[in-house]
Write a protein that binds this ligand. Sequence first.
Ligand SMILES: Nc1ncnc2c1ncn2[C@@H]1O[C@H](COP(=O)(O)OP(=O)(O)O)[C@@H](O)[C@H]1O
Ligand SMILES: CC(C)(COP(=O)(O)O)[C@@H](O)C(=O)NCCC(=O)O
Ligand SMILES: [K+]
Length: 258
Amino acid sequence: MLLAIDCGNTNTVFSIFDGESFIATWRTSTEWQRTADQYYVWLRTLMSLNKIDVAIDEVIVSSTVPRVVFNLRVLCNRYFDCRPYVVGKPDCLLPVDVRVDSGTQVGPDRLVNTVGGFDLHGPDLIVVDFGTATTFDVVGRDGAYVGGVISPGVNLSLQALHDAAAALPLVDVTKPAQVVGKNTVDCMQSGIFWGYVGLINGVVERIKDERARPMKVIGTGGLAPLFQQGDALFDVFEDNLTMHGLVVIHRHNKEMGN
Ligand SMILES: Nc1ncnc2c1ncn2[C@@H]1O[C@H](COP(=O)(O)OP(=O)(O)O)[C@@H](O)[C@H]1O
Ligand SMILES: CC(C)(COP(=O)(O)O)[C@@H](O)C(=O)NCCC(=O)O
Ligand SMILES: [K+]
């Protein structure tokens, strides 16, 4: 059975795929010091709590944090008796072209999102992912990855405001009742919420103008549904896009005999 691992700068998600659907998904914080033994104990515990008794014999990894890959490889070797496919490494094939400046290392999560998006929705897409960073990634007319946009993440912006200004508290992201706030928290929430709505609308419109063709916009990541309340920012929300992309890439490697 396949274990798909999506390691972001903040959180790492593990999902077990039975060939048709994901039968379990668990999330832990990303810490590069975590050892293979620690991952395994954590996974085994969750599997037995959820009465999931399957043998994992294949693993695919996307990691935006290069240092965690070593321990994930040890996990696969020691406990699952396999070599993982690691997206972005030369021995992991991608089903689409990547058209960027030579020497550029596109974040594997960004590539995986576009592969997942293309599989579900076809060409001409903009995928917006609300992770540690807020990323926009573009799928061209033939399904290729053709580039994107990287902006600071929502929580990162809130943290930066708090860190830099003595009188600004750390606040949660919510949709404020009004644009004009009458207290510090409301003012900050408005700035973040409507600021990001503006950012997303503005960047999406400019990408569409630049590419001069209709494009479908896909939102993904935990905060996407919240921002969808601002305006109709996305045509579709995909809860599980990175995991879906990992499954597609795994299937492609198997089909190519890799
Ligand atoms: N449903 C949610 N509600 C509020 N905050 C969220 C939610 N999902 C993720 N976040 C926050 O968004 C940020 C990015 O999360 P995540 O998508 O896990 O990032 P990454 O993939 O970069 O690790 C984190 O600060 C996380 O706490
Ligand atoms: C842009 C990112 C930081 C986003 O990471 P995330 O928010 O998923 O943790 C990551 O994809 C990354 O480190 N990219 C490398 C540079 C690039 O994509 O061009
Ligand atoms: K991510």
